[in-house]
Design a protein around this ligand. Structure first.
Ligand code: AHN
Ligand code: ZN
Length: 327
C-alpha cells in the first residue's frame, strides 16, 4: 500500500515538473527571453585552443600547416556556431606572389538584426624579422600571441555561446593574410597588411552585411599584458572603446585594460573601418618600452606557446562575454 502511494506521489510530481521543463526548452527562438546568466569563460580551454593552433606549426600562407589549421578551425566553428562560412580569396602579397586564402566566419542567431562582430587573424608571420638573432630573421613564427591568442579566446567564446546565447547576434570572423606585411627594413609602400580584412570589408560574407560594431583581438596572451586604447579605435569608435574598457574595469581588470591612449596601429580593424559600413576597435597589447610598441616577443621566434598566459586570455574572454551579456 505504501509503495503504491509512493509511486502515485512520484507520478504526480512528474506530471507537474515535466511540462515545466519542456516549456523552457521549446520557447521559440525569437520570442522575448529574460537575459540568461552566461557561464564562466574557461581559461584552460582557451589556452588549449591556442596550443592546438601552434601545434600545426607556423600557419604561413601556402603551407600545409596553414591548410590543416584552416580545416580544423572550420570544424570547430561548425561544432559551436549556427552558420559557418569559408570565404576563399586570393591574396596578392608585396613580393608579387599570390596565395590561396580563407576568411572563416561563424554566426550565432543569424536571424537577429542587432549583431556584434568579434574578430582575430589566424595566419602566422612568414619571417621573424624582429628576432634578436639575425640568423633567425627569415624563419616563420609560431605566432602563439600574434594571431593564435585572439583566435583561441574567440573559439572559447564560441563554445560558451553554444551553451548560452546573449540577446544579440554574434559573428566570429577569423581573418587570413593579416601578417604578410613587408619586413620593416624593406619599407615598401602600400596596404600589405590585413589582406583578409580588406577583402572581407569589401566583400562581406552576406551581401549588404552590417553590424552594430566590431571588436578585434590581437596579441591577447602575454603575461600581464597591457591593453591601452589604440588610437584608430578611439578615432573611429570611442563609444565602443569606453564600453569595453569600463566593463573590464567593473570586472576588476583595470590593470590590463588601461584607461589611456596606446599606439596607432594599422591592424585589421583599420581596413574594416575604411571599407565596411560599421566600426571596429582593436584590443591589442601595447608596450611603449619595448622599442617596437608591442610585446618583446613580437615577430620573433619567442612568440611561442611558452609565452602565453592563460590568465590574460581569461581576462579578455571574460570581458567580451560580459560586453555581449550587457547588450
Ligand atoms: C604594422 O606593424 C604595420 N601593423 C601591425 C599589425 C600587426 C602585425 N598585428 C600583428 N602583427
Ligand atoms: Zn604580426
Amino acid at each position: 500500500m505504501l509503495k503504491i502511494k509512493t509511486i502515485f506521489i512520484l507520478l504526480a510530481m512528474a506530471a507537474i515538473l515535466l511540462p515545466a521543463c519542456d516549456r523552457t526548452k521549446k520557447a521559440p527562438k525569437d520570442s522575448p527571453q529574460p537575459s540568461v546568466a552566461l557561464p564562466a569563460f574557461d581559461n584552460d580551454s582557451a589556452y588549449h585552443f591556442v596550443k592546438a593552433q601552434t601545434d600545426f606549426g607556423p600557419r604561413v600562407l601556402g603551407t600545409e600547416a596553414h591548410e590543416n589549421c584552416r580545416v580544423w578551425l572550420l570544424n570547430k566553428l561548425r561544432e559551436y556556431c549556427d552558420t559557418v562560412y569559408n570565404q576563399s580569396f586570393t591574396a596578392k602579397t608585396y613580393d608579387g606572389k599570390s596565395w590561396p586564402c580563407a576568411n572563416l566566419i561563424g554566426s550565432f542567431a543569424p536571424e537577429k538584426t542587432k549583431r556584434i562582430v568579434l574578430a582575430a587573424h589566424w595566419d602566422a608571420r612568414p619571417f621573424a624579422d624582429h628576432d634578436p638573432n639575425p640568423a633567425n630573421r627569415e624563419t616563420p613564427i609560431d605566432g602563439a600571441n600574434d594571431g593564435a591568442s585572439g583566435v583561441g579566446v574567440l573559439l572559447e567564446i564560441a563554445r560558451q555561446l553554444h551553451e548560452s546565447q546573449p540577446n544579440v547576434g554574434v559573428d566570429i570572423v577569423f581573418f587570413d593574410a593579416e601578417d604578410y606585411g613587408p619586413r620593416e627594413s624593406e619599407s615598401i609602400p602600400g596596404d600589405w597588411w590585413g589582406l583578409g580584412a580588406q577583402y572581407w570589408a569589401k566583400n562581406p560574407h552576406i551581401q549588404g552585411y552590417t553590424a552594430s560594431y566590431g571588436i578585434l583581438l590581437d596579441m591577447v596572451g602575454s603575461p600581464n599584458a597591457q591593453f591601452m586604447q589604440e588610437q584608430f579605435s578611439l578615432r573611429d569608435a570611442q563609444d565602443v572603446v569606453r564600453k569595453v574598457w569600463s566593463t573590464a574595469y567593473e570586472l576588476g581588470h583595470g590593470q590590463y585594460f588601461q584607461n589611456r591612449p596606446g599606439g596607432v596601429i594599422t591592424d585589421d580593424h583599420y581596413y574594416v573601418n575604411k571599407y565596411a559600413p560599421f566600426k571596429m576597435i582593436d584590443i591589442i597589447h601595447y608596450d611603449a618600452a619595448s622599442g617596437t610598441g608591442f610585446d618583446p616577443v613580437w615577430h620573433t621566434l619567442n612568440d611561442n606557446i611558452e609565452h602565453i598566459d592563460k590568465n590574460t586570455l581569461g581576462v579578455v574572454g571574460t570581458t567580451l562575454l560580459q560586453v555581449l551579456k550587457n547588450e
